[in-house]
Write a protein that binds this ligand. Structure first.
Ligand SMILES: NC(=O)C1=CN([C@@H]2O[C@H](COP(=O)(O)OP(=O)(O)OC[C@H]3O[C@@H](n4cnc5c(N)ncnc54)[C@H](O)[C@@H]3O)[C@@H](O)[C@H]2O)C=CC1
Ligand SMILES: O=C(O)C1=N[C@H](C(=O)O)C[C@H](O)C1
Length: 249
């Protein structure tokens, strides 16, 4: 007899939360047992085996810690995870060694491959810049995906002994050169009509490589979220990146 996993969603009234509720309802092996949003008491999480968390960066840590304290596995899509916050999660998990938490900056398979390809390409190019483009309702910049991509590229460049990206700019009063993540220039575009998009531009002598991914619809994230829900129980502790569940590392 096959087992049905009970799933609750935190941030259930949001763009991603509502889409996840539908995806869980549509999956024969999953049962939606709870929808929680801002102001709701999380309590026993509706008796869930797994919680999916898509809220806001300022609330996510406390929500995930509540789930860990209940011994409930969590799949997290919310962005804004700093090294300090991740360390707090590891401390919480130390008291619940059988509980699993998956944090994925992006659940779309193409975005995961984009990050992996960018990591591979990083050591071959002197120049690199990341451009992320999103809907204008997004509250955080740069995107979690761009920050993660820049981290992977920056680490690969360091390992290869590459120095800083070349850039002669000495005057930029308006910040036209964008921000920097792990030393990599990152540019954030917010435009009505967009969902989630990213380009990674690599430049070398006489050539350029562009790696681009587009999410045209939030359905693009659902296969990854559902795969995470099914697998998180087999991965106690903290995992950052769905690629670790997909055999890509
Ligand atoms: N990992 C991935 O693949 C993806 C991640 N995201 C990230 O997911 C997060 C949510 O994105 P959207 O759904 O577009 O945002 P949204 O603004 O549509 O939804 C956020 C929801 O969280 C709720 N919320 C706020 N505070 C809360 C609290 N304390 N407890 C429970 N719920 C609370 C809000 O009321 C809202 O319903 C963002 O951080 C975004 O960057 C978005 C898309 C894909
Ligand atoms: O807010 C969004 O929409 C998205 N957020 C995530 C991020 O910040 O990288 C994932 C995806 O880009 C959509």
């Amino acid at each position: 007899m096959s087992t049905v996993l009970k799933v609750a969603v935190i941030g259930a009234a949001g763009r991603m939360g509502a889409t996840v509720c539908q995806a869980v309802t549509d999956a024969a092996d999953l049962e939606l047992v709870g929808r929680f949003d801002m102001g709701d008491a999380l309590g026993d999480l509706g008796g869930a085996d797994v919680v999916v968390e898509f809220s806001v960066p300022s609330a996510s840590l406390a929500n995930v810690q509540h789930c860990i304290a209940q011994g409930v596995d969590v799949v997290v899509g919310t962005t804004g995870w700093t090294p300090d916050k991740l360390e707090l999660l590891r401390e919480s998990l130390a008291a619940q060694p059988d509980t699993g938490v998956l944090i994925a900056p992006n659940f779309a398979i193409g975005a995961i491959l984009m990050m992996s390809f960018a990591q591979q390409a990083a050591r071959f190019y002197e120049s690199v810049e990341v451009i992320e483009l999103h809907h204008p309702n997004k509250v955080d910049a740069p995107s979690g995906t761009a920050a993660r991509t820049a981290d992977l590229i920056g680490a690969a460049r360091e390992e290869a002994g590459l120095g800083p990206v070349p850039d002669a700019t000495t005057q930029d009063p308006g910040g036209a050169r964008g921000g920097r993540e792990h030393g990599i220039p990152v540019h954030s575009v917010r435009l009505r009509g967009l969902v989630a998009h990213q380009e990674v531009l690599f430049g070398g002598t006489g050539e350029m490589l562009t790696i681009r991914h587009d999410s045209f619809d939030r359905s693009s994230f659902m296969p990854g979220v559902v795969a995470g829900v099914r697998a998180v129980g087999q991965h106690p502790g903290l995992t950052v990146g769905l690629e670790h569940y997909l055999g890509l590392t």
